[in-house]
Design a protein around this ligand. Structure first.
Ligand SMILES: Nc1ncnc2c1ncn2[C@@H]1O[C@H](COP(=O)(O)OP(=O)(O)OP(=O)(O)O)[C@@H](O)[C@H]1O
Ligand SMILES: [Mg+2]
Length: 249
């Protein structure tokens, strides 16, 4: 399981999660995309999916996870949509959230990759779902607020889940060089104040075609397969698979 979080809202978590899941499915991985942003669910909207039932029914105890899975034809992966208009994950009692986390963890065993799109912030519910994931990708941009919030998220995860593998992806970088500079700022703060260095997993360039794809509710990899942002995300998916192969061998 791979959780995508950020602290700050609007840095590109949902778009990145959708595109990463799509990249994994293109690399022959059986993939599930889980919308963990209950209350402000966006995954189904970005994909233009019409879903009859979603995570809201699971949280309410009216359905099980396998009853709310939808197959996305466009991307060839499964989706569990969130529920817009309800209270967010923070309103779910911790006991209920733990059960959901355990169910998801069992359900995840039937996939090669499960990508969790988390909501903004660093509240307990987000940390619980992130903490049970094998990897947490913290997305940030070069804006000072995005960097501060990414640092705060890394700090909270390091305190509560010191064994959790937390990595950084710089999104919306003007150039790969500028993305590296953004990472260096975050890395320096983490090293100085937390004595940890979350590695850089990748840099995704700012690309006008991202907005175009979202406006058309089409996955970027389908609409613009050779765009810079698509290439950058596919590269990250390949790197994750390569890391796993290195660990196994
Ligand atoms: N690499 C990129 N290049 C250009 N635009 C981007 C890129 N990544 C994200 N965006 C823009 O950022 C917007 C916000 O993205 P998204 O909804 O995925 O953010 P989010 O972090 O999930 O937000 P929230 O915290 O509200 O859930 C997108 O609609 C898109 O226009
Ligand atoms: Mg989002």
């Amino acid at each position: 399981m791979i959780a995508v979080a950020s602290g700050k809202g609007g840095v590109g978590k949902t778009w990145f999660s959708v595109t990463l899941a799509h990249a994994f499915s293109g690399l022959k991985q059986k993939t599930l995309l889980f919308d963990g942003d209950l209350g402000m669910a966006n995954v189904d909207i970005q994909l233009g999916l019409m879903v009859a039932n979603d995570l809201g029914s699971v949280v309410a105890g009216a359905a099980t996870l396998n009853q709310v899975v939808h197959y996305c034809d466009k991307c060839r992966f499964d989706v569990i949509a969130g529920h817009s208009g309800s209270a967010g994950l923070s309103a779910v009692p911790v006991g209920r959230l733990q059960i959901l986390a355990e169910d998801l963890s069992l359900f995840a065993d039937t996939y090669d990759k499960v990508v969790l799109d988390m909501g903004a912030g660093a509240e307990k519910s987000i940390r619980i779902l992130s903490g049970m994931s094998g990897r947490v990708i913290v997305l940030c941009t070069d804006e000072p607020t995005a960097l501060t919030d990414a640092y705060a998220f890394v700090k909270l995860m390091a305190m509560q889940y010191p064994k959790c593998r937390v990595e950084i992806v710089v999104n919306q970088a003007e150039t790969l060089r500028e993305g590296q500079q953004t990472y260096n700022i975050l890395q320096k703060a983490c090293q100085t104040f937390l004595k940890i260095t979350p590695p850089l997993l990748g840099i995704v360039r700012r690309d006008a075609r991202v907005r175009d794809a979202i406006r058309n509710q089409m996955p970027l990899i389908t609409r613009y397969p050779t765009s810079e942002a698509a290439e950058d995300v596919i590269e990250i998916a390949r790197k994750i698979l390569q890391d796993e192969q290195n660990v196994q061998s």
